[in-house]
Design a protein around this ligand. Sequence first.
Ligand code: HPA
Length: 296
Amino acid sequence: MHTKENSCCCSFDDCKLTTEWLLSRTRHRPKIAVVCGSGLGLLADSVSNKQVFRYEDIPNFPVSTVPGHEGCLVFGHVKDKSCVFMQGRFHLYEGYSLCKVTFPVRIFKLMGVETIMVTNASGGLCQDFKVGDIMIIKDHINLPGFAGQHPLCGPNDERFGIRFPCMSDAYSKELRKLALDISAELGYSNFVREGVYCMVSGPNFETVAEARMLHILGSDSVGMSTVPEVTVAKHCGLRVFGLSLITNKVSLDYSREEKVNHEEVLQISKMRAEMLQKVLQTLIARSNQLESINTN
Ligand code: HPA
C-alpha cells in the first residue's frame, strides 16, 4: 500500500528505474509473465535462451524467504514466445507490504507484458476436489482486501490505472476456455476444474470454523497469495490467467484428522507440476490465437 507520505519504494519512478535496469540488461521483450507458486518454480527451467536475474541483484526488488520459492526472475522462450518467469513470489505473511508483493507486476507492465499467468498451491474446500486437482481460477475473493489490506489503497497513480477498477471479469474468459480445451486434448479433464480462489493472509492454515465460513461464502479453494498480484494486474490492464494446484483437502469436519503441512504441499506440487506445466506451455504457445482481444 502506498502511504500518504509515499515512503515506500514502489512509486512510478521506482518502477521505471527497475524496468530500465532490466531492459538495459536483457534483449528479451516478453509479452507474457508467469508467476510460479509454491513448488512450481521448475516451470521456468525448461525455457530456451534463458537469462536469469537473482531478486537480490535487481534494484528495489524484494527477496523471497519461503522454502520452495527460489527467488529468480527468468527470461526465456517457450516455443517462439518470449516470457518472463517469477521463480518465487512474495507474500503478505512474510511481512512485505502489498505494494512490495505486487511490485513485479507493475515492472512487467512497464516492460511491455500484456498477459500474466499466475500459479499457486491451495487447499481444496469444494468437496468434489481431490488432492492433485488443477483448478483454473474463475474468480477470487479478496478477504484481506475486505479488511483494508488492499494493494490499491492509497493515492491512485493514473499512469497505472483508474481509481475504481472493475474486477468482475478479472480472469480472462477466453484463456480459461482455451485452457479447458487444452486440458481435454491432453487427457487431463478428470482432474482439471474451474473454481473460486479465496485469499487469506496466513501464515497459519485455517481452523475448521474458518474453512466452513469460506466454503459457505462460495470459495472452492483457499491460499495465501495471488489475489494482490491479480488485482494490480487487472488495474493496469493486463490480461490474467490463473491455475491453482490443490495440494490438500481443507477439513470442514471436526471428526476428520487431516492436518496440513508445508512439506506435503511441496510434495504434491512436485507430482502434478509437470502436468500443470504442460497446460501452461500449450496455453502460452497458443495464446497468439487471442492476441487481438482487448484487456480492458
Ligand atoms: N490453506 C491456505 N493456504 C494453502 C493451503 C491451505 O489449506 N494449502 C496450500 N496453501
